[in-house]
Design a protein around this ligand. Structure first.
Ligand code: FES
Ligand SMILES: [Fe+2]
Length: 424
């Protein structure tokens, strides 16, 4: 059983904490690139640190302390200039490396003091990739942003944020928990709505867990199934250190010890074989609570996950658990995370750090149904991929609140590219 000390260690993300230092070795998805195009400044909180994410007039991204090092004004009300961000209080200006590059009064009145050379602001690296702005808060040199194969696939992409009020680690434990899929999503959905599409959920007969270069995997055999099925041979990917990959990504980004940003990146295969370029990857924020009832939304798959995670408490009390045979992956993940965190504490390099650009190309992620989502042979799944039976683009069944303008854009693309109604 896990000790109270280990439980605390697994959840703390602040600077100087065991897991906080491990997590600072990895790039974290922080915002949609399109969001900064709409509004070039955003206050963010990441691993317990309050920061401002910005895009300056020359298009350079920066991530700096929310507070100006002069007298602590809020830099998210600052002025974006050609190169950097200027505090609106007394005009000190900083670039994306954190250097103080202007101090208007000091430079005029005391030019020989060179005061600005003694001043810097906390600054972290930002890199765009796949429509995502990735942040790195660790020591130099920064590793590479992983180039997972799925990020490069043709399709209609979208980014969905949800603010989840609990610790990130219990969210990530869900990524290595096969049996919850049968119950939380399968059986509970049928209880909530007996007309829910799809066959009766299959019962799990056997589960297994393994590790590969980019994370862990879970494997399952359903009652009446065999080990020849992809559910066993491929399973699902618990992507190191904080995501689930099942044919789309769900990152669980630590905001602070008691809050997580669920950052989902979907890629729906577009009908046909012609090239498809998406100029802008849209983003939206999914609501947690049904405004009419005040209760948590339970109609969508990830919303059901959020209910389970937050239900464990803001900080899960793992010393009170009773783990069973289904929890082998949970035990494995906790152990591996603590092992890797100790490697970092001892000055070493943890798992899944990529530094060689030659090797950082289309990193293979095991995925069930790979053929279905990469060819024009679209299955009418009505799920995350393919199309609706009536030929419309697939509706997002994972997160509630998909904006109509995104559905309209997708429907238009699907129609133009020849998606047609299918008979079931
Ligand atoms: S507080 Fe920012 S310049 Fe004075
Ligand atoms: Fe789930």
């Amino acid at each position: 059983m896990i000790s109270a000390e280990e439980n605390k260690q697994l959840m703390e993300v602040g600077p100087g904490t065991l897991m906080g230092e491990l997590m600072r070795r990895y790039w974290m998805p922080l915002a949609a690139q399109a969001e900064l195009d709409d509004n070039p400044m955003k206050t963010v909180r990441l691993m317990g640190e309050d920061l401002v994410l910005y895009k300056d007039k020359s298009g350079t991204y920066g991530l700096v302390d929310l507070h100006c090092p002069h007298r602590r004004a809020n830099l998210s009300y600052g002025i974006l200039e050609e190169c950097g961000i200027r505090c609106n209080y007394h005009g000190w200006k900083f670039d994306e490396t954190g250097a103080c590059i202007e101090q208007p009064f000091e430079e005029v009145a005391y030019p020989d003091a060179h005061f600005k050379e003694k001043i810097s602001i906390k600054a972290y690296k930002i890199e765009p990739k796949a429509g995502i702005l990735w942040a790195y808060m660790g020591p130099d040199p920064a590793p590479l942003v992983p180039d997972y194969d799925f990020l490069n696939e043709r399709g209609y992409k979208q980014i969905i944020y949800t603010d989840v009020p609990c610790n990130w680690f219990q969210c990530q434990e869900n990524s290595i928990d096969p049996v919850h899929v049968e119950w939380l999503h399968g059986r509970w959905s049928k209880v909530l709505d007996p007309d829910t599409r799809g066959p009766e959920p299959r019962a799990h007969a056997k589960v297994g867990f393994s590790e590969f270069d980019w994370g862990l995997q879970y494997h399952r055999v359903f009652e009446g199934g065999t080990e020849d099925e992809e559910q066993w041979t491929i399973g699902r990917v618990c992507l190191w250190p904080n995501a689930l990959f099942t044919g789309f990504f769900e990152w669980r980004v630590p905001v602070d010890d008691e809050n997580t940003l669920s950052f989902a990146w979907f890629n729906n295969a577009v009908p046909g074989d012609e090239p498809f370029e998406q100029e802008r990857i849209p983003y939206w924020r999914s609501p947690l609570v049904d405004e009419k009832t005040g209760r948590w939304i339970n109609t969508h798959i990830m919303n059901q996950d959020f209910i389970a995670w937050v239900g464990q408490g803001a900080l899960a009390e793992r010393t009170q658990e009773h783990l069973g045979g289904s929890d082998g992956g949970i035990i494995m993940m906790r152990r591996r995370m603590l092992e890797e965190a100790r490697i970092v504490a001892d000055g070493g390099e943890p798992k899944a750090i990529i530094r060689d650009p030659e090797k950082n190309h289309n990193l293979y992620l095991p995925r069930q149904g790979r053929k279905r989502v990469t060819s024009s042979d679209q299955a009418p799944t009505g799920g995350a991929f393919g199309q609706e039976p009536d030929g419309r683009a697939p509706r997002n069944r994972h997160l509630s609140g998909q904006p109509q303008e995104i559905l309209d854009e997708m429907d238009k693309i699907w129609k133009e590219r020849g998606a047609t109604a299918v008979t079931r």
